[in-house]
Design a protein around this ligand. Structure first.
Ligand SMILES: NC(=O)c1ccc[n+]([C@@H]2O[C@H](COP(=O)([O-])OP(=O)(O)OC[C@H]3O[C@@H](n4cnc5c(N)ncnc54)[C@H](OP(=O)(O)O)[C@@H]3O)[C@@H](O)[C@H]2O)c1
Length: 318
């Protein structure tokens, strides 16, 4: 039944999926599961990220609510504090797509905190035009892949210090349309033809899944668990702006943002065992490719990890 929902896409990804699976999926985290723990949520000034910040605060976590616009960060932090009495929210300003900013923000955070129990790479964009960051990278590559990779690398010490921690890459079901391959430098930077924001989105969301899997394997013997996930189809400002036609068609069936945040919050709060692929949706592990495709080639994945590391570290003082 669960797999049928998944393969039908529309049933699984809409609110129908979570409503039905909620009948049998694993239990909620304990109400105080995150008490005494701290978690960073990127892109938390809207949509799913803000809902996640609220859910983590309800579980007792200190939430580091990260965005690139100080005004929006202040407004979202105030909204979470108003909704969750006693919420401990720390406002963090960083443009995830700016590698120099990620370098200095992570240095600042590691000087302020001893341990980090959760890191959620949620920030996402789907621009219509190709644009480059200060370091000359295409925006989606920088925001979905290079920035989160660098942030993970630079926060390993505090993630390790937590004893048990979790890192989650918020991918998308759209990644199924972009199989893993050996991407050329032009493909990585979207210089391989006319820019199609949706296509680049799918490709960079696939990269997140490959990267999360590679991180999970590398950190296998540590207390840090790494997952990727997709939230289903969720009513957010991002969807309204980037996909108005899709939203018009699907609106009655879209999930609310708390529903979209659910599996990520559950993963960080419960740290379930996970096998190769490490890709999750609706509190269950999901395949990273459809049946008719080959699985991800481990050699390609390892090469990709090294390439991303080189690109990400080049953008900072190292
Ligand atoms: N909604 C869905 O149906 C859906 C489906 C699949 C996957 N997802 C994924 O879920 C995540 C959240 O999506 P959403 O729909 O909630 O999006 P959203 O409403 O557009 O919110 C995105 C958040 O990311 C922030 N952000 C964007 N670029 C950033 C940067 N460079 N640095 C820091 N923050 C940045 C935005 O802040 P600004 O306001 O400053 O731009 C905003 O707070 C994304 O990764 C998206 O790909 C969503």
């Amino acid at each position: 039944m669960d797999a049928l929902l998944d393969r039908s896409v529309v049933l699984g990804y809409t609110r129908i999926g979570s409503r039905v699976r909620g009948l049998w999926w694993p239990a909620d985290p304990a109400p105080d599961a995150m008490a005494g723990k701290r978690v960073v949520v990127t892109g938390a000034t809207a949509g799913i990220g803000e809902a996640m910040a609220r859910s983590f605060a309800r579980l007792g976590a200190t939430v580091h609510l990260l965005g690139r616009d100080p005004g929006k960060v202040g407004r979202s932090a105030a909204a979470v504090r108003a909704d969750v009495p006693g919420a401990d929210v720390v406002e963090e300003i960083c443009d995830v797509a700016d590698l120099a900013a990620v370098g200095s923000w992570t240095a600042d955070l590691t000087a302020r905190v001893d341990a980090l129990h959760g890191l959620v790479h949620n920030a996402g964009v789907m621009p219509k035009q190709r644009a480059e960051t200060l370091q000359g990278h295409e925006t989606q590559l920088a925001c979905h892949v290079l920035g989160p990779h660098l942030m993970t690398e630079k926060l390993l010490e505090v993630l390790r210090a937590a004893g048990e921690s979790a890192v989650v890459f918020m991918s998308s079901g759209g990644m199924y349309s972009a199989p893993m391959k050996r991407w050329s430098a032009d493909e990585l930077e979207s210089r391989d033809g006319p820019y199609d924001g949706v296509r680049v989105y799918a490709r960079t969301k696939r990269m997140q899944v490959v990267l999360a899997d590679a991180w999970a394997n590398r950190l296998n013997d540590s207390g840090i668990r790494v997952y990727s996930t997709h939230p289903g189809w969720v009513e957010t400002p991002g969807v309204a702006e980037a996909l108005p036609g899709f939203r018009r068609l699907t609106r009655p069936l879209l999930r609310d943002t708390t529903d979209g945040a659910d599996t990520t919050v559950w993963l960080v709060a419960t740290r379930p065992d996970s096998g190769p692929g490490h890709f999750w949706h609706d509190r269950a592990q999901r395949p990273t490719t459809f049946g008719w495709e080959r699985g991800v080639n481990p050699q390609l994945a390892a090469e990709f990890f090294d390439e991303v590391s080189a690109l990400a570290l080049r953008g900072t003082a190292g």
